[in-house]
Design a protein. Structure first.
Lengths: 392, 312
């Protein structure tokens, strides 16, 4: 015992000295996990570009500290995502892990990161587990909870008193969540509820069924390539213009250049749009177009916000990265210029934010863009915060 | 639903199944020949589908004509196939199937990244040419997309040409001989390596044709070939490896089973079990249908429906 005590004291002293070292000498390390390869790599490209743009806007410093971002490609696989997180935590000793597109990847990564006492700043996926029972003080997101967007569409279609609606989604967890969220606010008659195979390419058989069922409106959730295929085939079958189509996460700034006219007139709900009028957003959209030559997407806006949120956390503790409680308190204020405009955090660290109805229209220059039509929800809270035991 | 609506719906879905079967056939023809004659498991066959789609898109843009774009994409994909065969696959014929699977899987990754480097990761826009866009009235109350009908037509023409090639020409005779007994063909003094290269190139061109026609309907993006490849393998297992006739029949059977299953399984189940249970079981069974079919075929006819004669 006699020999260990001085050693322990010495170690303690060393830690104290390290902790008290001047903050300016420190580098904040951020691990950013997204999908950079394969068919979904286009989304990751938008997110990575936006992180870089945020760093440009911050003068390549985050919270006044030098910054190093380590990018990881999860290949849309939960196990790969978890390995990346482990590597970032153990090898790179990151202070924040951020990013993540897919809910199943998020469910594998978030507990790993928060379990190691590190911050997880989600910038897309919002599985209901993390908003409810699995909420964590080290977990924040700059996006939304999955159900919120289809809830907004359900609300809008209910308000329009549409009925005889035909609903479609891929047959997997998020597909069912989307229809579930939609039905939470849409109470009129649903004449068909169809789940297709995840990754299906040809929807002609389902489109024939829609024509035969002759509904008054169609609601779909087809993210990524599925959406491109569905929209094209819907238009080719002559249903566009015949049966109005409403969707969530199906038409966005990434898919619009590939679908073009097949999406014209399409309704979507979303928390953000490139034409949202606030200074932070106009700076983000303008500079993104200048630097990358494309219209940014909501995936990008969330990732840009993610870096800004981290910046606000470090500013709140004046660069002291060991002060986690201080950073939590800082982030809870959402004290930064978000591209969606000011917002507040709910108890589960999910944003309380507005949701808008968007429509794909042709702008004066002939370009197809998503434009805000109206606000569907103001300061909308997700449906799972009540299950979150966190109090603050 | 009134009876005549049900009638036209069944007819429409049958056409949809036929159209899907035609796409599968174009892919399966090449894959089954390569597997049957060269004894090579080629996972990268879907990459030729993707390459065909990209080349057709790029060439359509360059020439301004869809027909010309597709027509030029065919020899271009054939060339890509020949180069891949000569550069990458020749050394694999003597190796076992696992090595071939690994190497051709590597080719998938290579082509996906190559395409992403050249054309970017985002899906690119292709549209149906104006003269094929829209739909025509097949029967009163049954409009059908013109482009889909054109796919069925092209597939039928290719099937007939391929059948003539295989049964009526000297090259076809050698292909059939190669499928039956490779060693004997080589012993008779036929340059089997040249035959392999030709067959592989032909298969690649057919996959490229499928991809080129798929472009305006599906999304043209890296990795687009993998989705269809699994079903194509089901087709050649059902049809019998190495047989063109098997590929035709297998493709139509799989196309029909998949389409009709997706369309009618749920309503049919709903008449037998409770609707909520049918809601759950319908999509699950529909996505399994072609695999159940394959299992049944394998059980009763392990060689497939129309196996190439005596492969021993």
């Amino acid at each position: 015992m006699r020999t260990t005590t001085p050693r322990a004291a010495l170690a303690g002293l060393l830690v104290a000295v390290l902790a008290a070292a001047p903050a300016a000498a420190q580098t904040v390390k951020i691990g950013f996990i997204t999908t950079l390869s394969g068919p979904q790599g286009a989304i990751g490209e938008h997110m990575k570009n936006s992180v870089e743009l945020a760093l440009d806007h911050l003068g390549r410093k985050v919270g006044g500290l030098d910054v190093e971002v380590i990018y990881g490609d999860d290949q849309v696989k939960p196990d790969v995502g978890k390995q990346l997180a482990d590597e970032m935590l153990k090898k790179h000793k990151v202070h924040f892990v951020s990013g993540i597109i897919w809910s199943n990847v998020m469910l594998a990564v978030a507990p790993t990161v928060t379990g190691a006492g590190t911050f997880m700043i989600g910038t897309n996926a919002g599985p209901h587990e993390l908003a409810g029972k699995m909420c964590n003080e080290l977990f924040f997101t700059t996006s939304w909870q999955n159900d919120q967007t289809p809830e907004a569409m359900g609300k809008y279609m209910q308000d329009q008193n549409l009925t005889d609606v035909y609903a479609m989604a891929p047959n997997y967890a998020a597909g069912k969540d989307m229809i579930g969220g939609f039905k939470r606010y849409f109470k009129n008659k649903i004449v068909g509820e169809v789940y297709t195979q995840l990754g299906q390419q040809d929807y002609q058989a389902e489109i024939s069924q829609i024509r035969a069922a002759n509904p008054k409106a169609v609601f779909v959730f087809y993210p990524g390539g599925m959406g491109i295929q569905f929209l094209k085939q819907y238009a080719q079958a002559g249903l566009r213009g015949q049966i109005p189509l409403y969707s969530v996460y199906t038409v966005d700034e990434i898919s619009l250049p590939a679908v073009k006219d097949a999406a014209l007139g399409q309704f979507e709900t979303r928390y953000w749009s490139p034409d949202l009028k606030n200074d932070a957003n106009q700076k983000y959209v303008g500079d993104y177009r200048k630097k990358f030559g494309k219209i940014p997407s909501f995936y990008g806006a969330q990732s840009y916000d993610g870096i800004m949120l981290i910046d606000s956390a470090i500013r709140a503790v004046k660069g002291d990265l060991t002060n986690k409680n201080g950073m939590i308190a800082g982030m809870r204020k959402a004290d930064y210029k978000s591209t969606r405009g000011p917002y507040k955090y709910n108890v589960n660290h999910f944003p309380i934010e507005n949701f808008y109805l968007l429509k794909a229209v042709q702008d004066p220059s002939g370009e197809l863009v998503m434009q805000i039509q109206k606000t569907v929800f103001e300061n909308h809270k997700d449906s799972y915060a009540g299950e979150c035991p966190m109090k603050w | 639903m009134p009876d005549e609506v049900v009638g036209t719906l069944v007819l429409e879905q049958t056409l949809n199944g036929l159209q899907y079967g035609v796409m599968l056939f174009l892919m399966a023809a090449g894959l089954t020949l390569v597997f049957g004659i060269m004894n090579l498991v080629n996972l990268a066959h879907g990459s030729f589908y993707m390459v065909g789609a990209y080349l057709a898109t790029a060439l359509t843009e360059r020439t301004g004509s869809f027909v010309l774009g597709v027509a030029l994409a065919l020899p271009a994909t054939l060339l890509v196939g020949v180069v891949v065969e000569i550069v990458a696959l020749r050394t694999l014929y003597e190796r076992d199937h696992l090595d071939q699977v690994l190497a051709t899987f590597g080719l998938i990754l290579f082509f996906n990244e190559l395409v992403a480097i050249i054309w970017g990761r985002a899906a690119i826009f292709t549209s149906v040419p104006p003269f094929l866009s829209g739909h025509f009235r097949l029967l009163p109350g049954l409009p059908y997309p013109t482009y889909r009908a054109a796919i069925i037509l092209v597939g039928a023409v290719v099937a007939v040409l391929l059948w003539l090639l295989v049964t009526r020409t000297r090259l076809g005779m050698r292909i059939r001989a190669g499928a039956s007994n490779r060693t004997m063909v080589a012993a008779l003094g036929i340059d089997i390596r040249l035959l392999y290269t030709l067959v592989f190139g032909l298969g690649a061109a057919l996959a490229g044709l499928a991809g080129a026609m798929a472009g305006p309907v599906y999304s043209v993006q890296p990795g687009m070939g993998e989705g269809i490849l699994i079903q194509v393998f089901v087709v050649i297992v059902i049809g019998g490896i190495g047989s063109i006739r098997g590929a035709i029949v297998g493709a139509i059977v799989v196309g029909m089973a998949d389409t009709l299953g997706r369309a009618f399984l749920k309503p049919m189940l709903a008449t037998m079990i409770s609707p909520p249970a049918a809601d759950k079981a319908g999509p699950a069974l529909a996505s399994m249908s072609i695999y159940l079919l394959m299992a049944a075929v394998l059980f009763f006819r392990p060689e497939g429906l129309f196996p190439a004669r005596s492969r021993s």
